[in-house]
Write a protein that binds this ligand. Structure first.
Ligand code: HEM
Ligand code: HEM
Length: 471
């Protein structure tokens, strides 16, 4: 059975320095985007209670909402995951980065796209009805270029591995980058952007952005960081490969579940529902693999915040995706579609799963790269504020969203649903503020682990910094 074992040999010093510099820069810039995007998120949350607050054109809900979603997707989560994927690829393949220069070019392109996209959206230039691809298309071309550069560099790194096998993590990260290049190309081709075809492509893009980009990259990080932190192999390599292929078969065709009861062909909607149920296979298979790897190690888990972040991420993946399957049924869509329940689901998954996975990965691996640790106080504050804040956020919107949907279903006047939502929106603001505070602490922790003066890493953890082989 393949397992992770530390090797005594170290890569040449210059390559090592380059890898660490790239990892630090991706993580640091991603953190800036997290701070910016979620400050906007909190402002948006309070606008629900006080719609007249900050009324200028530049601060209207319609402009700020896509700024928030695109900045969290492409500034925060994408940059952080690519930085982690580079580190994991070089380490697990016992090699150097294929090209540090390409990694810097990719970083510049991702950031140029995110800055230009943010400015364009705030000036009112918006590709309107295309969710998560509202940036004007020339800017999306820059993002596509960044993806292509990243794919080339990541594949190049895995191709020059000195190990025989390709470790599971790299299947997920390389697969994710390749699929996303295809998805991003389909989403920009002009002949797919008309009529019902456009609706279908919208569903395809929306769900594959989360399912074929963030999901495989985050899972790839779990597969590397968990064995590292627990010093034991992943429970089942075969189950990991099985979840990889079933994810690939089922995920790409579920996008139309975003458009049930629309003029899209009924059979297409039904197919999306059937495959949404089939998604239980990779989701439960993958989650079981992670949870069984952690089994019997509760004491180790309780002493490692990196493991606790990963644990929450795995639970977020399991619960959020299973919730998604139920959400896809027509009977439940009738209640929940277009309500705040969906926003709760988005944050349970993109925050409770993807964002916690990134934090777990960063706390597990960045200290191994830089030999600097954050403080215990910083870790404690970050973890608990993020957990409590997101719990309040998701629960309030799930309960409120259900009441909202039932109001509509029972034909109550629309304003009644707004009145019923008021207290839940206030709670969402409270939860969101805690989450934002936790991000400020995370930024401080990242500073200490990268360019600042963090505590020196424990000597026994230093051995784990060596490259390893999946054999
Ligand atoms: C794999 C199982 C999953 C299924 C079957 C599923 C199902 C669904 C459904 C049916 C909706 C549409 C709700 C509506 O419009 O009323 C939805 C929305 C959404 N899901 Fe999932 N989900 C799954 C996993 C995930 C994961 C892992 C993520 C994030 C990584 C995610 C992120 C989102 C987001 C962001 C939306 C909101 C899309 C929008 O703006 O309308 N989902 N999901
Ligand atoms: C302080 C933390 C955060 C707050 C307060 C916050 C707040 C909000 C608000 C108010 C909306 C608009 C909801 C609506 O249109 O009704 C929203 C949408 C969204 N946010 Fe966040 N957010 C936060 C963090 C994040 C993070 C870190 C991510 C992703 C990694 C994220 C992803 C999304 C997505 C995908 C949507 C669209 C939801 C949908 O249409 O279903 N958010 N957020």
């Amino acid at each position: 059975m393949p397992q992770v074992t530390a090797l005594p040999s170290a890569p040449p010093e210059r390559d090592e320095r380059m890898l660490v510099a790239v990892f630090c820069a991706y993580t640091a810039t991603a953190t800036l985007w997290l701070l910016f995007a979620t400050a906007i998120g909190v402002l948006l949350a309070y606008k629900f209670g006080a719609p007249d607050f900050a009324p200028g054109a530049w601060l209207t809900f319609g402009r700020l909402r896509p700024i928030h979603t695109n900045a969290t997707f492409y500034g925060w989560a994408s940059l952080a995951l690519v930085g982690l994927a580079y580190y994991v690829a070089a380490r697990s393949c016992r090699t150097r980065l294929y090209s540090a220069k390409l990694a810097w070019i990719g970083l510049a392109l991702f950031n140029i796209a995110a800055v230009a996209g943010t400015i364009a959206l705030d000036l009112g230039f918006n590709d309107g009805n295309l969710e998560y691809r509202e940036w004007p298309w020339p800017i999306r071309l820059i993002f596509l270029a960044a993806l292509l550069v990243t794919a080339w560099n990541l594949i190049g790194t895995v191709a020059r591995r000195t190990t025989h096998d390709i470790y599971l993590s790299n299947w997920y990260t390389v697969g994710g980058v390749l699929w996303t290049c295809i998805i991003a190309i389909v989403a920009i081709l002009p002949w797919y952007q008309h009529g019902l075809g456009q609706v279908s492509v919208s569903g395809f893009y929306m769900h594959n952005a989360v399912g074929m980009w963030f999901t495989p990259l985050a899972l790839g990080i779990f597969y590397y960081a968990l064995p590292k932190l627990l010093s034991r192999p992943i429970y089942s390599y075969a189950l990991g490969v099985f979840a990889f292929w079933t994810n690939l078969v089922f995920y790409p065709i579920i996008g139309s579940h975003h458009f049930l009861f629309t003029p899209l062909p009924w059979w297409l909607q039904t197919t999306a529902i059937v495959f949404s149920v089939a998604m239980l296979v990779p989701v439960w298979g993958g989650s079981a693999n992670f949870l069984l790897t952690m089994r019997g190690r509760m004491r180790t888990m309780a002493h490692s915040y990196a493991l606790m972040f990963i644990f929450v991420g795995v639970v977020g993946y399991l619960v959020g995706s299973t919730q998604g399957t139920f959400e896809a049924f027509r009977s439940l869509q009738e209640v929940w579609h277009l309500t705040n329940f969906t926003v709760g689901h988005s944050h349970l998954t993109m925050y409770g799963f993807v964002t916690f996975a990134i934090w777990g990965g960063v706390y597990a691996l960045l200290p191994l790269a830089t030999h600097k640790e954050p403080s215990q106080v910083g870790l404690t504050l970050h973890f608990w504020m993020a957990v409590v804040g997101s719990f309040i956020y998701v629960i309030s919107l799930s309960v409120g969203g259900t009441i909202q949907g039932l109001d509509w279903l029972h034909g109550a006047p629309f304003i009644q649903s707004v009145i019923d939502m008021q207290s839940y929106w206030v709670w969402r603001g409270v939860g969101g503020s805690l989450m934002l505070l936790s991000h400020v602490v995370f930024a401080w922790n990242v500073w200490r682990m990268t360019y600042g003066s963090g505590a020196p890493i424990e000597p026994d953890r230093r051995a784990a910094a060596a490259p390893e082989s999946p054999e």
